[in-house]
Design a binder for this molecule. Sequence first.
Ligand SMILES: Cc1cc2nc3c(=O)[nH]c(=O)nc-3n(C[C@H](O)[C@H](O)[C@H](O)COP(=O)(O)OP(=O)(O)OC[C@H]3O[C@@H](n4cnc5c(N)ncnc54)[C@H](O)[C@@H]3O)c2cc1C
Length: 460
Amino acid sequence: MSGNRNVVVVGAGMAGLGAAYTLRKHGLDVTVFEASPDIGGRVTGKQIDGFHMDVGANVFLESYGTIRQLASELGVSLKRTPVPINGGVYRSGRFHGFYGGGSPASQLKTAGTFLQFRLLSPRGLRQALRFVKMLKARANDLSFDDHRRILDLDTGVSTTEFFESNFGTEVLERFIQPNLSSYTLGYPEEVGAAYAMVAAWDFGLNGGAWPCLPDGGPGVFVNALARACAEGGGGIRVSTPVDRIVLEDGAVRGVVTEAGFIEADAVVCATTATKALEIIPRLPSGIRDVLRRVTYSKCCRVFFGVDSSPFPTDWYAVAFPRETGALMTGMSDSAVMAPETVPEGRALVDALVIGRRAEELFALSDEEASQQVLAEIRNYFPTMARPLFTHVHRWDEAVCLAPGGMMTALDRMRGQDLADVRGLFLAGEYMGVPSTNGALRSGIDTAEDCAAFFSQPAGR
Ligand SMILES: Cc1cc2nc3c(=O)[nH]c(=O)nc-3n(C[C@H](O)[C@H](O)[C@H](O)COP(=O)(O)OP(=O)(O)OC[C@H]3O[C@@H](n4cnc5c(N)ncnc54)[C@H](O)[C@@H]3O)c2cc1C
């Protein structure tokens, strides 16, 4: 492969870094332009008084094959979290404990509490069992590593429509919704059915939901990946937004930054779909129309550093099904899952508010937003201590929701309209199964497409 072909990658999130790393492996010259002062995109952390907060993605699942493979290549060790994921679901005026961990004893305990607090009626239980049976039959395809294996499930319907037609809404509201909303930060009406099936299976029902992280959190993996990208020469230029990707006569010419025009033989746009639409003004309508179908959840994440956790001993998280009307969708104590990120003996309460409720908080100051969330937490946990500090993070575009039919439309567009624009490649979570793993996979796959493009005699 010729080393003097130069590729610009726009965005240094999981997708952009995965693309840059793979392009370098092919011997190409790569420069990454990142708009913000930090790399990682939605994998990003913040430090306050010895507490480390992952304000974006905080969990890699054990089932994330692409991350595991690359972590082993980079020498980053991923560890299963040492403790069982215990917690509670709020219903009928109190929390009902669940006990994760995979051991037969804890599974029995989980089944016991399920029956004891009658999460589901016998009818709802039958709905759940039929759903699990359906997922089991497709277990090999329900993976964050390859969206192509689930395209036949992406029939254009939302998760709500899918449950209404196939299983019923009781299992949806009481069981699927709290899980799905904790993972996608969206509601079942917004999330496509195919994506929900992967999330439900991998994030709970297959038992492989165990978090598997580097010591110090996902940022450690991102930093190792960025170092590996930089080692091959070229570089990652932070605080350098790309204003425009220039297309002319059906081909990429380069990018425009504040410093002027930079010529490129190919450009990988690894931003969100929204940003791609903004910075590639001359996109053919076939691509533009499909990118407009990509939607994102909204989330306001509020952290409280406290002397002690308000939860019962050893509980990691609590969930609030939306029928409870709670402000939060879920809350966790990071000190349980990642003790090294919190000063010894202390707790870090992480509250997630999504959708319309998040937008209401966006309109408030940090102080007002955190006071509202704190007051709500105290409704459920009156012993919640006075915070040592609070931190509010607003995500206007949190996680791609892969609305019904989006994956199929993108896949078709990638093989048709996009292939007609020589030298332009798109990467990002929305081009895979939305997650850190899906973003990384999309970056690697796109880089392979780009390398194949250069190996054709006259380009694509
Ligand atoms: C609150 C929250 C919690 C989450 N939790 C999890 C989780 O636990 N597990 C999980 O797997 N996933 C989780 N996710 C989703 C996950 O973070 C994303 O799917 C993934 O990180 C997206 O990666 P990406 O590279 O596609 O996009 P991004 O990370 O958004 O990267 C795009 C990059 O492009 C840059 N950029 C944009 N415009 C320009 C421009 N004009 N010029 C140059 N650069 C530009 C941006 O600054 C950004 O760095 C979570 C997301 C959020 C917000």
